[in-house]
Write a protein that binds this ligand. Structure first.
Ligand code: FE2
Length: 313
């Protein structure tokens, strides 16, 4: 099994970081759109992933390298991630397993992603999010079953943002199914985002949020002999690409308030994975800050659009 690293939530190292020279204040200090295509992890050849590659999707991975530099500068106590492939049909679930260990496998691309994970959960914050969400009227549940395999969208975003796994994690489920329903139900994500912010505040954490979503989401149904053959990597069509650019124009111009309308319009135009609500949750948790987003990279993966974006509220 690959060698992995973990830190215990609330240990002396992480506690010392709070209020440190990095800027000090508790609260949500940054949010990232952090898409999770398993191909990006495969292309990195980390020791935790079993398949080997010759690279590929470099521009997106360079964007993630910049994300990692910025993330380190923010010096968070905890990474809070919302991901679309931990689907819970009844309520919003929060992983409260103190230490999650196992193998995460991408069911469509098991030849690219079989990842050995081992990470610490910030259980106090996880439980606080459950409590705040329930108080706000959402169906919310603490997931305490060590046998539940962590999905690849959670693992993918967390690995790409912090491959050292040395920051504790809180992971939230997607209370929807992005593949079955035509209409996006984003209202609850506003409530969940606000509940997340209150829990971060109540526990005094310095948090960075990750929304594990791709943008346009139509993709090929055939794979080249070499999965990382960049000679065939391109947008699905011009319409999908143009829809992504229209959304990213609003992201780059700001303020985020404009995304309240732009995100649902983009979902309708491009089958965007943001339908799962991760991006809306992130922006709501940050209080829809009056800032522009910084697009660190954009690229396609099997034709889907993917952007790495930073917002600093
Ligand atoms: Fe996905």
């Amino acid at each position: 099994m690959a060698r992995v690293f973990h830190a215990t939530a609330g240990d002396s190292r992480t506690t010392a970081r709070r209020g440190s020279a990095s800027g000090g204040r508790a609260g949500i200090v940054a949010g990232y759109l952090a898409p999770h295509p398993p191909h990006l992890v495969y292309a990195e050849n980390p020791p935790q992933n079993e398949p080997r590659s010759t690279g590929g999707w470099e521009v997106l991975r360079w964007g993630y390298e910049e994300l990692r530099r910025r993330l380190a500068a923010h010096a968070p106590d905890v990474l809070v991630v919302h991901a679309p492939h931990w689907i819970t049909m009844v309520g919003h679930h929060v992983n409260c397993v103190p230490r999650s260990r196992g193998i995460s496998v991408e069911p469509i691309f098991p030849h690219l992603f079989r990842y050995h994970y081992d990470f610490a959960t910030d259980v106090a914050l996880a439980e606080a999010i459950v409590a705040e969400a329930a108080d706000a009227g959402l169906v919310a549940s603490a997931m305490r079953d060590e046998g539940v395999r962590v999905d690849y969208a959670t693992i993918g975003a967390l690995h790409l943002a912090n491959p050292a796994w040395d920051i504790p994690v809180v992971s939230l489920s997607a209370n929807n199914n992005p593949y079955f329903y035509s209409d996006a139900a984003l209202d609850e994500m506003e409530t969940l985002g606000a509940a997340t912010a209150r829990a971060v505040e109540r526990t005094g954490r310095r948090a960075v949020l990750l929304a594990s979503n791709s943008l346009s989401h139509l993709h090929w149904d055939r794979e080249p002999d070499l999965p990382e053959d960049m000679g065939v990597e391109r947008p699905f069509n011009h319409h999908q690409y143009a829809a992504d650019m229209e959304l990213l124009k609003v992201v780059r111009e700001g303020p985020t308030e404009r995304l309240r309308a732009a995100v649902p319009a983009h979902i309708a135009a491009a089958q965007a994975e943001t339908k799962a609500g991760s991006l809306t949750w992130l922006l709501a948790a940050m209080g829809w800050p009056a800032v522009a987003g910084d697009v660190l990279a954009y690229g396609t993966v099997i034709a889907t659009g993917n952007a790495v974006v930073e917002w600093v509220p």
